[in-house]
Design a protein around this ligand. Structure first.
Ligand code: DAH
Length: 338
């Protein structure tokens, strides 16, 4: 028995010396130390050894096992180091190779446009306010003097959330919110997303609007023209503007403002559909019904309001032909506006 143990030990140590890789080492572990391994079977056969010899033999087996394990650990750690070194050598990274570029564009042209417009009006004393995109039917339509039968209220033109709430179709509701909180004299603009169920070259279901409002004791249509002409001069470098009569339920009188086409200088070209003018915004004097609705006396105060689409402004200013480009996230388009 003692000899057998010694033999297994010698064989194991020699085997360990000749092991060349981790795979062989695994096999060795099974053969010698595994459940059916040689050393394990010697342990098992201890039962057949006479009781008085058992402690001695047991001790010998344990000592042998320890020696083998010690050797095994050192062989294993050596092989692991070797393995890692070989792997690193094989997978060598060529740090002189050019890296993969992370493409970046720049601030979105719509964000740039909104900031420019905002700064112009802030410079003229307008307060910038924010409002919710989920709006009440009251603020979006009723309080703005829009009749119950107005077609813009239909489900074809408005995303309803419930009977009395919707995704705002215009930023004009901000006039109501603001006038209910702030006493005149007041000047505000509000910029944000609006929603309408449309989708083609000139319409997207979500787009951006800027709303403006000024109310005071002596605010006149002349003030409206002056403020909006100044705006056009600053944003488009174009002081040639014209006001055409128009209709909006919440203003009276109402108008649309055009700027002279910068491409043909008013002569008429494809860009301006041969009219020489580009339509920029809607505006007018705040309707007395709207003032009454928010508790402002129309006999004491007057005001003007205006609204414009940010996408339209950005398209005209940068000669962009398709509205959908703003939302396609094509870096080739976006990075042109650095
Ligand atoms: N809300 C109008 C629209 O969506 C734009 C507009 C026109 C706003 C005239 C105004 C205004 O404040 O006075 O078409």
């Amino acid at each position: 028995m003692i000899e057998k143990i010694k033999l297994i030990e010698d064989k194991a140590i020699r085997a360990l010396d000749s092991i060349k890789n981790l795979k062989e080492l695994e096999l060795f572990k099974v053969e010698i130390l595994g459940k059916k391994g040689e050393l394990t079977s010697v342990m098992k056969s201890l039962m057949n050894v006479k009781a008085e010899n058992r402690p001695l033999i047991g001790k010998l087996v344990n000592e042998s096992k320890e020696k083998i394990l010690e050797k095994l650990t050192s062989v294993e750690s050596h092989l692991v180091t070797e393995f890692k070194r070989a792997k690193l050598k094989k997978e060598r990274v060529d740090i002189s190779l050019p890296g993969k570029k992370v493409e970046t564009a720049c601030e979105h042209i719509l964000t740039q446009t909104m900031r420019e417009i905002r700064d112009i009006f802030m410079g003229m004393g307008f307060e910038v306010v924010d409002g919710p995109e989920i709006e009440s039917v009251y603020n979006n339509f009723d309080a703005l003097n829009i009749s119950k039968s107005h077609p813009s209220r239909s489900t074809q033109d408005t995303f309803y959330i419930s009977e009395d709430s919707l995704l705002r179709t215009q930023t004009s509701g901000m006039q109501i919110r603001y006038m209910k909180e702030v006493e005149p004299p007041l000047r505000m603009i509000s910029i944000g997303k609006v929603y309408r169920p449309d989708f083609d070259v000139t319409h997207t279901p979500m787009f951006h609007q800027i709303e403006g409002l000024m109310v005071g004791e002596n605010v006149s249509f002349a003030n409206l023209k002056s403020i909006l002409r100044t705006f056009s001069e600053k944003l488009f470098s174009q002081a040639n503007v014209r006001f055409r009569p128009h209709y909006f339920p919440f203003t009276e009188p109402s108008a649309e403002m055009d700027i002279e086409c910068g491409i043909c200088k008013g002569k008429g070209c494809r860009s301006c559909k041969h009219t020489g003018w580009l339509e920029i915004l809607g505006c007018g004097m705040v309707h007395p019904n709207v003032l009454k609705e928010v508790g402002i006396d129309p006999n004491k105060y007057q005001g003007f309001a205006f609204g414009m689409g940010v996408e339209r402004v950005a398209m005209l200013k940068n000669k962009i032909s398709d509205l959908r480009l703003f939302f396609d996230n094509d870096i080739r388009f976006l990075k042109q506006f650095k």
